[in-house]
Design a protein around this ligand. Structure first.
Ligand code: TYM
Length: 336
């Protein structure tokens, strides 16, 4: 039997942060040795909120370089740009026509982002989860490794596929395969540094709320120094009244690679003044090699373009036949 397949992606809107790394990329790095991996930059998603055309292509390259810098290897994974594979947009349209409107209006991310944009909400923001369903279903993956916030979109993807199978498939032969989400317990929801009840996010207006993977040691030290804390003496996990404490201890635990019990014992009598330098040093030592590799990749002329060109070809070879299969089920016949 061949390897199972995984697929996942990140929107190239701004630099990637610790949540993207711990919730998604870190898991992909481990999985690439066991799964046939398809990892992409969701640049069609990036224009669902106001964007700067002058920055789009560069942000997409930066995200690709970040994947590689974090340890994704071209030998095991296909790395590609969503907009380079036209089947994504085409399947999205076909799926849009079978998706009930009220399914989309229920999406939490739509509601949150729509509130932020007020009256200026584009239809793309509403329809974006259908594009995400197309991204996934085209590759017929077994698993989709993501952070907790994507769970609802994956459930929608399964519902859309099931609906298409029901309406257009034969009993013994579904048109599309239903994927499973894969959400790791640890790191699936990294919280903001300025509010432990909100997730760390690229769209938070405050830079102090997140650690970006490319932050300098000085920026990291500054952000950790300024992050929200509380007054009780001693630090411990799992206290609903101390969300910041739980979040920061969890970050330290994952980044230092220690078991929870070890960290709990190490930190139980600490004050913030003692813990913060420890977290700062751990962050800097985990991010330094990623940053070094990132700069080497970005500075090497032609390298990234080569990776993305090969990725596009490999991605198309999988996506195109799936699109043709769906078109045939919907009644389209090949031209000529
Ligand atoms: P995006 O770009 O918002 O996030 C990319 C990945 O990072 C995870 N993530 C987090 N994990 C833990 N804690 C956080 N604070 C945190 N913030 C983000 C996300 O769960 C995600 O795994 N719509 C998607 C991109 C996408 C996609 C797809 C993903 C488009 N098509 C197909 C999977 C499959 C998005 O906006 O993710």
């Amino acid at each position: 039997m061949g390897k199972q397949r995984v697929l996942s992606g990140i929107q190239p809107t701004g630099d990637l942060h610790l949540g993207n790394y711990l919730g998604a990329i870190r898991n992909w790095v481990e999985m690439q040795h066991h799964y046939d991996s398809y990892l992409f930059m969701a640049d069609l998603h990036a224009i669902t909120v106001p964007h700067d055309p002058a920055a789009l292509a560069e942000s997409t390259r930066r995200v690709a370089a970040t994947y590689l810098a974090c340890g994704i290897e071209q030998e095991y994974a296909t790395i590609f740009v969503q907009s380079h594979v036209p089947a994504h947009s085409e399947l999205a349209w076909l799926l849009m026509c079978i998706t009930p409107l009220n399914w989309l209006e229920d999406m939490i991310q739509f509601k949150e982002k729509a509130i932020k944009q007020g009256e200026n909400v584009g239809a793309g923001l509403l329809c974006y989860p259908v594009l995400q369903a197309a991204d996934i279903l085209l590759y017929e993956p077994d698993k989709v490794p993501v952070g907790e916030d994507q769970k609802q979109h994956l459930e929608l993807t399964r519902d859309i596929a099931a609906r298409l199978n029901y309406q257009f498939g034969q009993d013994d032969q579904p048109v599309l395969r239903l994927p499973e989400p894969m959400i790791r317990a640890e790191g699936a929801r990294v919280m903001s540094l300025t509010d432990g009840t909100k997730k760390m996010s690229k769209s938070d207006p405050s830079e102090l709320s997140r650690i970006n993977l490319l932050d300098s040691p000085e920026q990291i030290a500054h952000k950790v120094k300024r992050c929200k804390t509380d007054s009780p003496r001693g630090l411990w996990f799992d206290d609903g009244d101390r969300p910041e404490c739980h979040n920061l201890l969890t970050l330290y635990m994952i980044l230092s690679g220690q078991p929870k019990a070890t960290v709990a014992a190490e930190c139980k009598d600490m004050g913030w003044g003692q813990f913060k330098p420890l977290l700062t040093d751990t962050l800097i030592s985990v991010l330094a090699p990623i940053q070094e590799k990132y700069h080497a990749i970005i500075d090497e002329p032609g390298y990234l373009d080569g990776v993305l060109k090969q990725g596009k070809e490999k991605a198309e070879a999988i996506a195109r036949p799936t699109l043709e299969k769906v078109k045939a089920a919907l009644g389209y016949r090949v031209a000529g």
